[in-house]
Write a protein of this length. Structure first.
Lengths: 271, 602
C-alpha cells in the first residue's frame, strides 16, 4: 500500500520537477532548434509512457494487494491485448524516430554556402585554421607538425600558404553565416562541444571529421572538450566569438597566414 | 528406498567429505555459485567505495586534497569496469546462473563440473590481477571504462605504464573464465533438463540466463581480440589502433592504425553486454513477480520470443554509442532504426510485467517490492535510452550527465534491484534461513528512493549540457551555480545509499546465524528448486529420485486447484483431467508448455 502511494508521489515529483527546477536547456545560439524540437517530442512521448506505466502499477498494487481470501485470476495470455500494445508502441516509436531522422539528414548534410574553418585539438588546447583568399584549406598531416608548424600544414601544398592560422587564441565567426567545422586531432580523441550550439563531433587522430551549424546570436562561447582525453580533459577550453561582419573583418585583417608565419619564423632565426 | 539403492546413490554422487573439497575446491554448482557471488560482492564493495570518492570530488570540489585529477579518473574508470564486468556479469551468470540452472531445470549439477570449478578460479585470478593494478607504479588505468585508444595507452592518461596492461590482461583472463562457465550453462540447459522439462516449460529465469550466456559467448570474443590488439599496441608497438601521433610534443613511432576500429570492436561487445546483464534480470524479475503476485506471468510465450528478439537485435545496434564518434554519419540512420526497434520487444516485456500485477494477489514481500522498484527504474532508464538512440537527439546529450544518469538507471540500478530481490527470494533456499525483514525493508526503501534521488535529477544536468568525466566545473561559464548545489545533494544521497548496502551485507551475515529458519518452499513457488528434498539442497540436489516435470512454472491460482500454486513436478490432477475431457464446460485454456512434452530432455 505504502508502495502504491510512493509510486504516485514519485510520478508527481517527476512531473513537477521538470517544470519548476532551474535545470533546463542552456539558451540556444545556433540553428539547431530543430534538435531541441526532436528532443522535446521524444520527451513528451516517453514522459507519457512513464507516467502511464507507473500509475498503472500503483493502481494494480492498490486494488490487488493481498487480503485474506483473495485469489488471483488465471489469465496466462491475451493475444489481442498483446498485439494492440505492440502496435501502439510501434506507432510511438515511429513518432519519435521520424522527426529525429529528418533532422539528422540536415545535420549531416551541410548547405553549399557553408564556409569552412578547421579546429585542431591536442592535449589540452585548441587551435584553428581558416582558408585564405583561395577559399580552400591546404593539405595537412600530423607528420608535418613541428615547433614552427604547429598544425602540421604540408609546406609543399600551395593551397595551404594563404591559410590563416590562429594559434592559442580565440576563434571568430560571422553571425548568420553557416559554417562547416573540419576537425583534426594531433594526439588522442577529443570532441568539439559548445553547449549553446547543440552540435558536437569527435576529433579522431588520423582522420578528418566535420559538423556544421549557423550561429544565430552574437557573443562569446566557450568550447569544451567532450571526449575524455587524459588528465587535462576538463581544462581543455577554447573560445569562439560570434560577431557582425564589420568586427569580424577587423579581426580577420589582423591574422597571419601560414606563409607570413613561416617568413616571420625565418626572420627570427636569421636575427 | 532400500539400503542397496542408497549405497549406489552415494557412490555415484561422489559427495566430498573433506572441508577443502566441499567448500573451497568444490565442483558443486551451488558452492561455486556462492563463491562467485561473494567474490563479486567483495570487488563490488571496492567499486562502491570508488563511487563514494568520485562523488565526494563532484559534490565538494577541492575539499579532499588526496583526490587529484589522476586519482579522480582512476576512480571513475575502475568503478565502471568493476561494476559492469566483475560484478554484474559475474553475479548474474556466475552466481545466479550457477545456482539456478541445475536446480531449475532439474539436473544434478552442471554437465561439466570440473570446468565449472575452473571457471570460478580463473575468474578469481582475473579479479586479483585487476586488484593488483591498484598497487603498481602509476596506479590503475584512468582511461575511462571504454579504454579508448590512443589515449588509454599514452602518457597524459593515468596508469598508462602498468595499470592499462594489467587491466587488459585481467579482461582477457575474465573472458577465458566466462567462456568456460558459459559453455557449461548453455550445454546444461540444452542437455540436462529433467524428464518433461520442455524448453517452453522452463522458468523465465533460465531463459534469461540462457539467452544472455549465448550472447556473451558471441560478444566477448570481440572484447578479447580488441584487448589483445590494444595490448600489442601498448607493449610491442604495433599500430592496430594507433595513427600518426604527436603526443605532448613528441612524435611517436605509431602510424596507420584506426582508433575507430577499437570503438567498433568494443561496442560490438559493449552493447550486447548491456543485455547480458539485463536479460538475466528480466528473467529473474518475471519469476519474482509471478510468484509473489500468485499469478501466471502474463504472456509467457511472448516473453520468451521477446528475450530472443532482444538477443538478436542487440548485435546490430552497437554503433548508437558512436553517433558523434566521427564514423560515417550515414550509419546513423541504420543504427537509430535498429535501436528504436529493439524498444518494441523491450516494451512488451514491461507491459507483461505490469499486466501480471493486474487482477493478481500481490504479496508485498521484500523480493516483490524490489521487483516493482525494478520495473519503475527500468522503465525510466529504458525510456531515456530512446533519447540517446534517436541519433540527432543524442548529439546534444552525448558525453553529458544525461548519459551517465541513463545507463546507471537502466543497467546499474535496475539490474542491481533485481539482484537484491533475487537474494531476498532465494536466500532461504541457499542457506535454510530467512533474511531479517526489518533490515530488508530499510535496505529496500533507502536503495530505491535513494537511487532515484541520485539519478533522476542527474538527467537534467544533461539537459543543461554538463559534460561527463570532468574533474571539476570551475569557471565553466555556461554552467549555473545551482549545478554545484545539485551535485552536492546527489553526493549526499550516494553516501546514504552506499551505507545501506553495508547494512545489507551485515544482514546477509547476521541472518546466516540468527535468521528465522526457512521451510523448503517459503514463498509457495512452483519451480523445481523449491521442490528439493533437502533445504539447502544437498550435493546432487534431488536425492535418489530425479524429478519429473508435468507442467510449466506458472500454474498459480489455477481455477479448481485446492492451493494457489502447483509445483512443476505435481502430476496432473483429477480436476485437470476432468476439464480436458469436458472442454465444453469452460473456455479452452491455451496454456504454454502444454505442447509436445516429449521434446524435453531426460
Amino acid at each position: 500500500m505504502v508502495l502504491a502511494i510512493i509510486l504516485v508521489v514519485l510520478v508527481i515529483i517527476t512531473v513537477v520537477f521538470t517544470f519548476v527546477s532551474p535545470w533546463w536547456f542552456t539558451p540556444l545560439a545556433s540553428n539547431w532548434g530543430t534538435i531541441d524540437d526532436a528532443l522535446i517530442i521524444t520527451f513528451v512521448i516517453t514522459g507519457i509512457v512513464f507516467v502511464a506505466v507507473t500509475l498503472f502499477m500503483a493502481l494494480a498494487i492498490f486494488k490487488f494487494h493481498h487480503k485474506p481470501g483473495r485469489r488471483a485470476t488465471f489469465e496466462p495470455e491475451n493475444k489481442k491485448l498483446e498485439w494492440w500494445l505492440t502496435g501502439l508502441t510501434t506507432v510511438g516509436i515511429i513518432a519519435m524516430l521520424a522527426p529525429g531522422l529528418v533532422v539528422w539528414a540536415q545535420y549531416i548534410n551541410p548547405p553549399a554556402e557553408a564556409r569552412a574553418f578547421e579546429a585542431v585539438g591536442q592535449q589540452w588546447s585548441w587551435n584553428f585554421r581558416l582558408p585564405g583568399q583561395d577559399g580552400e584549406l591546404g593539405q595537412a598531416a600530423t607528420r608535418f607538425v613541428s615547433g614552427d608548424n604547429p598544425l602540421g600544414l604540408d609546406p609543399q601544398d600551395p593551397l595551404g600558404r594563404d591559410d590563416i592560422i590562429i594559434e592559442g587564441d580565440d576563434m571568430h565567426i560571422l553571425l548568420d553565416q553557416p559554417v562547416i567545422v573540419y576537425l583534426r586531432s594531433l594526439d588522442v580523441l577529443h570532441d568539439f562541444y559548445v553547449p549553446q550550439f547543440r552540435a558536437k563531433m569527435d576529433l579522431v587522430p588520423g582522420m578528418v571529421t566535420y559538423f556544421w551549424f549557423t550561429p544565430i546570436r552574437t557573443g562569446e562561447f566557450e568550447i569544451l572538450c567532450a571526449e575524455l582525453c587524459g588528465v587535462g580533459h576538463s581544462q581543455m577550453r577554447g573560445i569562439v566569438i560570434v560577431e557582425e561582419a564589420a568586427a569580424y573583418q577587423l579581426w580577420l585583417a589582423d591574422q597571419l597566414t601560414f606563409a607570413e608565419m613561416m617568413a616571420e619564423q625565418e626572420g627570427d632565426k636569421n636575427d | 528406498m532400500t539400503d542397496e539403492t542408497a549405497k549406489d546413490y552415494d557412490a555415484e554422487m561422489h559427495e566430498p567429505t573433506h572441508f577443502f573439497t566441499k567448500y573451497i575446491w568444490s565442483q558443486d554448482h551451488k558452492v561455486i555459485a556462492v563463491q562467485y557471488s561473494i567474490t563479486a560482492m567483495a570487488i563490488g564493495l571496492v567499486a562502491l567505495v570508488l563511487s563514494w570518492l568520485m562523488r565526494l570530488q563532484l559534490g565538494f570540489p577541492g575539499v579532499f586534497d588526496f583526490i587529484d585529477q589522476e586519482a579522480y579518473y582512476q576512480y571513475v574508470t575502475m568503478h565502471g569496469m568493476i561494476m559492469v564486468i566483475y560484478l554484474l556479469t559475474a553475479f548474474f551468470l556466475g552466481g545466479f546462473g550457477n545456482y539456478l540452472i541445475p536446480l531449475m531445470v532439474g539436473a544434478r549439477d552442471m554437465v561439466f563440473p570440473y570446468l565449472n570449478m575452473l571457471s570460478y578460479w580463473v575468474y578469481l585470478l582475473a579479479v586479483l590481477v585487476l586488484v593488483a593494478s591498484f598497487f603498481v607504479t602509476g596506479g590503475p588505468t584512468g582511461a575511462g571504462w571504454t579504454l579508448y585508444p590512443p589515449q588509454s595507452i599514452l602518457p597524459g592518461t593515468p596508469g598508462y605504464d602498468g595499470g592499462i596492461i594489467l587491466m587488459l590482461v585481467s579482461l582477457i583472463i575474465f573472458i577465458v573464465a566466462f567462456t568456460m562457465g558459459g559453455l557449461n550453462y548453455v550445454t546444461t540447459i540444452l542437455q540436462a533438463r529433467a524428464r518433461g522439462m520442455t524448453l517452453m516449460r522452463m522458468p523465465l529465469s533460465v531463459w534469461g540466463i540462457f539467452v544472455a550466456t549465448f550472447m556473451g559467448l558471441l560478444a566477448f570474443p570481440a572484447l578479447f581480440v580488441s584487448g589483445v590488439m590494444l595490448l600489442l599496441d601498448r607493449v610491442i608497438g604495433t599500430s592496430f589502433f594507433m595513427p600518426e601521433i604527436v603526443s605532448l610534443g613528441e612524435p611517436l613511432a605509431y602510424g596507420g592504425g584506426s582508433p575507430l576500429l577499437f570503438q567498433h570492436l568494443f561496442w560490438f561487445f559493449g552493447h550486447p553486454e548491456v543485455y547480458i546483464v539485463a536479460l538475466p534480470a528480466f528473467g529473474i524479475v518475471s519469476d519474482l513477480l509471478s510468484v509473489h503476485a500468485r499469478k501466471a506471468i502474463f504472456g509467457y510465450r511472448m516473453m520468451v520470443w521477446a528475450l530472443l528478439a532482444i538477443g538478436v537485435l542487440s548485435f546490430i545496434v552497437w554503433a548508437h554509442h558512436m553517433y558523434v564518434s566521427g564514423m560515417d554519419p550515414a550509419f546513423g540512420y541504420f543504427f537509430a532504426v535498429t535501436t528504436l526497434i529493439i524498444a518494441v520487444p523491450t516494451a512488451i516485456k514491461v507491459y507483461n510485467w505490469t499486466l501480471t500485477l493486474w487482477k493478481a494477489d500481490i504479496h508485498l514481500t521484500i523480493p516483490m517490492m524490489f521487483a516493482i522498484a525494478f520495473i519503475l527504474t527500468f522503465v525510466f532508464g529504458g525510456l531515456t535510452g530512446l533519447f540517446l538512440g534517436n541519433v540527432v537527439v543524442d548529439v546534444p546529450l552525448s558525453d553529458t550527465y544525461f548519459v551517465v544518469a541513463h545507463f546507471h538507471m537502466v543497467m546499474g540500478v535496475a539490474p542491481i534491484l533485481v539482484v537484491f530481490g533475487a537474494i531476498y527470494h532465494w536466500y532461504p533456499k541457499i542457506t535454510g534461513r530467512m533474511l531479517h525483514e526489518g533490515m530488508g525493508k530499510v535496505h529496500f526503501w533507502v536503495t530505491f528512493l535513494g537511487t532515484y534521488a541520485i539519478y533522476f535529477p542527474m538527467h537534467y544536468l544533461g539537459f543543461v549540457g554538463v559534460p561527463r568525466r570532468y574533474y571539476d566545473y570551475e569557471d565553466i561559464e555556461f554552467i549555473p551555480d545551482s549545478v554545484a548545489d545539485l551535485n552536492m545533494a546527489i553526493t549526499i544521497a550516494a553516501l546514504v545509499v552506499g551505507a545501506a548496502q553495508l547494512m545489507f551485507i551485515y544482514n546477509l551475515v547476521w541472518s546466516l546465524i540468527w535468521g528465522k529458519k526457512a521451510d523448503s518452499n517459503p514463498w509457495k513457488a512452483n519451480s523445481l528448486e523449491w521442490q528439493t528434498p533437502d533445504t539447502p539442497p544437498k550435493h546432487g540436489n534431488w536425492g535418489v529420485e530425479m524429478p519429473t516435470v508435468y507442467r510449466w512454472a506458472y500454474d498459480f491460482s489455477v481455477p479448481g486447484a485446492a492451493e494457489d500454486y502447483m509445483p512443476q513436478n505435481m502430476p496432473p490432477q483429477p480436476f485437470e483431467a476432468h476439464r480436458a475431457a469436458h472442454p465444453e464446460e469452460g473456455p479452452e485454456e491455451d496454456k504454454p508448455g502444454e505442447d509436445k512434452p516429449e521434446e524435453g530432455g531426460t
